[in-house]
Design a protein around this ligand. Structure first.
Ligand code: DAU
Length: 303
């Protein structure tokens, strides 16, 4: 189920379009009617990846974040209660814990969100906890580090930088690029969720992390090197407001269930660069704002 906002893209699901286990429902998680319509299709588990996710957008306009991330989660939780859904997993973020100078966040670390985005995710996570405690519903929450990989919207740093470079442009690095992020390849994140679906316990929280910690400058330099370009392509720009310095997450609890990352940061970045090199039409339409036009042509649908 997806609302198909600016970030949604059915083109990314083309590969599984005809899979008998797949059915697409266009809908808004903040609408009880849409959620119930989706559940009527026959749902036993809900994995809630739906969210407004981009920190910079939340700084400019928090409204959609409150509606989708908080109210949307509330609507889903109400549906879990009403329809006795067998399992609910809330996909959340390490950003709810705020920034950490040394060490790493555990599942018990206190919440200290610093952006409207992370505050809306933290609000949703609190609702999950409350619905488990109050109604004893089968709810789990995950906190992941930064996900990267194929098909990611070019608003995020890694795909933005790769596609800018493919277009011959510079890459806008905030501040001095010294902030640290921990990275996980999307496929490894999916495997982590699969482990939690199979082995996780209701009411539990699981951190998802790799230990692949890099400054933004290190990530940028690696991309430049792989694309055989020089550091003159870096444009240092004004820092993000309230920019969190470092995220790092302790994932021992999840590793205890048998999960571990399979793709290194370097290998993941190489695969990602290659994908964007080979899928120019996909990201060029998004970047040029032509995506709706492209989508209409592909699917013959009108808004
Ligand atoms: O940590 C998990 C989070 O990772 C998710 O919860 C968020 O939904 C996701 O957007 C991501 O948040 P970040 O703010 O860390 O990701 P982003 O790709 O926007 O930025 C990564 C780092 O790169 C961050 O320190 C800001 C910096 N940056 C980002 C952009 C877009 C730049 O220097 N220049 C840029 O143009």
């Amino acid at each position: 189920m997806d609302k198909l906002t600016y970030a949604g893209n059915l083109e990314s699901l083309k590969e599984i379009e005809n899979d008998p286990n797949y059915k697409f429902v266009k809908g808004d998680i903040a609408s009880a009617k849409d959620v119930e319509r989706a559940i009527d299709e026959g749902v036993d588990k809900i994995i809630n990846y739906a969210a407004e996710t981009h920190v910079d957008r939340s700084i400019i306009s928090p409204d959609a974040f409150i509606k989708t991330d908080i109210f949307g989660t509330y609507t889903l939780l109400e549906a879990v209660k009403k329809y006795r859904v067998a399992q609910y997993i809330q996909i959340s973020t390490d950003e709810v814990f705020g920034s950490v100078k040394n060490g790493s966040f555990t599942e018990e670390s206190p919440f200290a969100p610093n952006s409207p985005y992370s505050a809306s995710k933290a609000g949703a996570d609190h609702l999950c906890r409350a619905y488990f405690k109050t109604y004893n519903l089968p709810i789990m929450v995950t906190h992941s580090c930064n996900v990267f990989g194929l098909n990611a919207h070019p608003e995020k740093m890694i795909p933005l930088f790769i596609t800018n470079l493919l277009e011959g442009k510079k890459v806008p690095l905030y501040g001095q690029g010294q902030q640290v992020r921990e990275w996980i390849f999307a496929q490894d994140h999916c495997a982590a969720i699969e482990t939690i679906i199979e082995k996780g316990q209701s009411g539990e929280v699981y951190n998802i992390g790799t230990g692949f910690e890099k400054t933004n400058l290190e990530t940028t330099k690696f991309i430049l090197q792989e694309m055989r370009l020089g550091e003159d392509k870096i444009e240092y720009i004004k820092d993000r407001l309230g920019h969190d310095w470092r995220y790092a997450i302790n994932s021992q609890k999840l590793r205890g269930l048998g999960w571990q990352p399979g793709v290194s940061w370097e290998e993941g970045l190489r695969r990602t660069i290659k994908w964007y090199q080979e899928n120019e039409t996909w990201w060029k339409c998004i970047k040029s704002g032509d995506y709706l036009e492209y989508y209409r042509n592909q699917y013959g649908k009108k808004n």
